[in-house]
Design a protein around this ligand. Sequence first.
Ligand code: D6G
Length: 887
Amino acid sequence: MAAPLTDQEKRKQISIRGIVGVENVAELKKGFNRHLHFTLVKDRNVATPRDYYFALAHTVRDHLVGRWIRTQQFYYETDPKRVYYLSLEFYMGRTLQNTMINLGLQNACDEAIYQLGLDMEDLEEMEEDAGLGNGGLGRLAACFLDSMATLGLAAYGYGIRYEYGIFNQKIKNGWQVEEADDWLRHGNPWEKARPEYMLPVHFYGRVEESKGGAKWVDTQVVLAMPYDTPIPGYMNNTVNTMRLWSARAPNDFNLMDFNVGDYIQAVLDRNLAENISRVLYPNDNFFEGKELRLKQEYFVVAATLQDIIRRFKNSKKGSSGPVSFDSFPEKVAIQLNDTHPAMAIPELMRVFVDVEKLDWDTAWAITKRTFAYTNHTVLPEALERWPIGLLETLLPRHLQIIYRINQGHLDEISALFPEDMDRIRRMSLIEEDGGKRVNMAHLCIVGSHAVNGVAEIHSNIIKTDVFRDFSELEPEKFQNKTNGITPRRWLLLCNPGLAELIAEAIGEEYVKDLSQLQKLNELVDDDTFIRDVSKVKQDNKEKFSQYLEKEYMVEINPSSMFDVHVKRIHEYKRQLLNCLHIVTMYNRIRKNPKAPFVPRTVIIGGKAAPGYHMAKMIIKLITAVGEVVNKDPVVGSKLKVIYLENYRVSLAEKVIPATDLSEQISTAGTEASGTGNMKFMLNGALTIGTMDGANVEMAEEAGEENMFIFGMRVEDVAEMDVQGYDAMTYYQNIPELKQAIDQINSGFFCPKQPELFKDVTNMLFNHDRFKVFADYEDYIKCQEKVNELYQNPREWTKMVIKNIAASGKFSSDRTITDYATEVWGVEPTDLKIPPPNEPREALDETARALREKCYTVATRFLPCLSVANWLILYLKVKLSKKVDHDP
Ligand code: D6G
């Protein structure tokens, strides 16, 4: 039997990872050594693995630069409609491997690093995650950037360069402990600071009314400094820009008016201004109305709009007279990722009316045609409602503008529905009950030409429930754009074995057109393919087991079913329901230790918002249950419970390809879409899930019979809300549920502090908004079906193949194509921008003129001398080398 391939060898075989090429490898090694020497100032005697990572990162970056400049020049030459994706979060994760893949450099880099005697995976592990996001919303923004570049859109991501991203989670004694994420400590090779493009952002002050209109005066200024990160498309030479703003205090900050004379204190106070971009708010699906957060939201919006308007005006250069904004919506589309950047709407109005002197109605018409808004949640606690008082102090002019927008809006409604005071109250941008607040979702709906939800079911809930009044008024405004994931990171990068297997079976085109995965349906009964798919999964599980054993000192049974539930910890995501299943399995093993049992490794991971008490208790409960289960000799290797510490993008890339069973068990109607569900499906896991979010469309694509669907549907939940949900009835009628709850309640899993989980059981009995007990019985039964199928590996893998084949819809390329054509008014293109190092393109004008002059002289006067030919050749070579920017 042939020896199994090493990871290095496996990766080499994959042609979708680029051609090795002797020249490429030599060039990369040269670049690597040059950067180790000149950039890192190290030799191989003292270089650390991190130095090697940086040397490689800089080498790969060199290959981006020419394409990046060329792409931006191309946009200036062709002046396409620009798409701006505004988001408070971009959860990018690592960049090195993704860049190598998208540039087709992966194999050549692997070979170069191997020849240098280093290990590629060790180097890749040195990279910090760019954790500038909380969960799905931020990761979606990152996937969208990849797809927009791959589809050749002139797109930009705009956000904040947080100095501290999402906290690092440590589990100590079973509790979550947060640590600051100092991700920039060693420097970030992927960003380019642009201090020369710094822009002012104003806060506070007051509004002066004059003949010429309103004036916002006496403001405090904070500077926004851009940092640009390249976003390469997959194999198309396009490199777009993600521009993140960092807050800088002006040099006269606090030195002019007050604080006179206290120079030292004024310098120390620069921190106050610079705190704006210090840290990401670690809430997922929760609104925390803090002033600093509002500052962040306005900061990104104000800087970005200045940049957008500058670029719009630049593209108009050469046309005579003052700039006309009539064509603005034909040249600019701005997508609001949730309401977080909603202040862009009043800010654009302010610039148009107060600065550019457009009349209100013209400005409003242009504004509405420019913006589109994506809603990400219907949970009331997540909807942003900023108190009027805060806005009045921080952004007084914007509050006036919001009032005026509201006036026009309410006038329209009362004209259509006179007398219907309740409707007017419901639809106002200003909420009156319990302190005046601005409802930011209402502002976004009114200020946009398109509003979308992120999965069919969620978009329907928005239309018929949460924003019903608005969709009755303007039904054509409301759309659906089901979320997606990029197959580059979530298949090629994280699961090379499966990516290659698929490429062998159906060719490589699926990477850019994921719907082609359908072709795999033809192989559902192919024994070789079934065996290969199952082998890839087993390899991934073994690799992940080794990682777990190293990190957690737990012995894992790699032939057990890997049952994985990873996502933010939230009551609505119902990690508690999973926990009750664990306890139930444990009790069954103990009750009947000799009975056959399908071995499972249950892996749960995710971060809890630091201020979310119940979420932290849920983590403690899972770890406490794990302690008892994992140590019980009766259980042995049948059941293991792992709490996966510090779940983040780079850890998702490891665990997802190793998963057999994906848990997507939110209460129907609460998870807007989910994207983790799609990642698991694409990577050959089966799903146990409720009919919620994108699970519904996954079932539509794969067939409900190929998923493990259980529990209440949205209609059942609504019905139960009318009838009333009584947790006690379920507890009394389901003996296994009663046993599990009694154990948790009585301290069975925490004998030292028997009262510890009273808060949890109290919530489950008395105010469980997410109805855990109501779905318990069906969930347990459904898990039994999972066990049954798992005992038949062939049938299991056949279902896996059907799921992979049906996952094509969930490529973010499809999502972005839909946004492009149905919201932004732009068309994807597979045009390849000419590569940057074609000599004529790279020459600058003077050098080109000089070369041509020499050439003319030489050819005109010395045609008969062979020495002239040599001279021509010499000059050609010499000069083109000198001026060729691309290394
Ligand atoms: C390219 C072309 C150049 C432009 C520059 C900045 O190098 O003309 O000024 O990009 O790009 P924007 O930020 O203006 O898009």
